[in-house]
Design a protein around this ligand. Sequence first.
Ligand code: FRU
Length: 482
Amino acid sequence: MLAIHKYVIVALLLYSCKCEVDDQYYPRYHLAPPSGWMNDPNGFCFFKGEYHLFYQYNPDSSQEPGIAHWGHAISKDLFTWEHLPIAMYPDQWYDKSGVFSGSAIVENDTMYLLYTGNLNHPDASLDHEQHQALAFSIDGESVSKYEENPVIDAPEYQPNIRDPKVWKNGDTFYMVLGNSFENETLGRALLYSSADLKSWDLVSILDKSNGSLGYMWECPDFFEIDGKFVLLFSPQGVKPQGDKYNNLYQTGYIVGNFDYDTYNFTPLTEFVELDHGHDFYATQTILDAFNRRLLVAWMDMWEQNYPERDDGWTGQMTIVRELSLSKDNHLIQKPVAEIILARGRLLYTARRTKGSKRIELTEKTGEIRIKSKASKDLNLFIESKNQSVKISYDHKQGLISLDRGGHDGLRRTGWKPIRKLKLKIYVDASSIEVFCGRGEVTFSSRFFPEDKVFVRLREDTEAEEMTVSSMRRTVEKPDSNN
Ligand code: FRU
């Protein structure tokens, strides 16, 4: 009798451990799911004094995306996040195979959410279809779906038409949608307009792939910044080209002019990747109450099998970044100013410092700031007992790189620092974000250090200034038993 009891207790303990979230790789100051699976940021907005960030969410498992729900978190400062109850479940005929990505717009004290309902037909010739749907929230927590959904059916553009991003210009609402055409071989962005968010008309095709830009454009976004317009999207199917396009899918942008009378977008640039790291996808931007164009991305990539999934959670967001456009039409990304609230203790500061000193980070978090001569190489390691990430600047070739080791570890791009070489690097338990110069080049990559993390300049590297601070825990520890 006693023996049976023992087995029952052990079995119960094992069962409860299965869904425990382990803290070893869990971010201290980036948003991640309380448990389960997270992908794209959705419905980012500023509503009644708080930022809301929804996300693609599978509450039931961290091993697979499952059937997407919308998870929900709020923050006043973009670092201290509070989880709210799941905002949308796949509970309608048009979204029963997934409440896919979408965006928010705030009008008359109401938060409106436009998203894609995904509907699978496993046995039909068209194996899925996607409809656009409207939902709203008055209190910023409980969400109601519009009774006359879907608001866009678009039978002629099926089966891949998704990820509505909505904004308002004058009295009119606009929506950009990602789509695949020519028998799913080419991607494009469709522009719709509406007077009331319920009835939508297609007004133009903003831009499309000529074959070199993939078979599907996911998560498109379109916004005005510093006098130009930016079409930002995540194409699938772009082939690697030297140092470019080496992730499974890319996120990048085209800068151009746009005319609201003709709905014509005239590109001025080629497609440019927005970030050069391994894990940056499905971006979403908003104009916040302070007129800042803020951007957030999923800091992960499809089909990676990262070890966190065995810890009860998968996926996280990047630091929210403020965008601007340079004179030569490049997007500049800076961590939002609120990041100073997350800065912790000063761990190290020195002038004219040489390599070899190892600085231990606290709780695997750190902000590393470096200033150095642009005419000298720089090599820096962020290392632990099982993994070393190397950040290198090669002044002769004008190249900056991040190498996390292992298969496909290297990411590299051209960079010519203006006067001084300046780097800001943010480390958080299982991620590294590098901001070069004013933010003209960034790398966002995941790594999985065990135990302590150290930072070290290579012996032959000399920095004019180097400062290392820890970062505070601004996100709650995940439930250890949920
Ligand atoms: C991008 C994406 C979107 C889609 C969502 C589904 O990562 O594939 O196109 O709406 O994820 O979770």
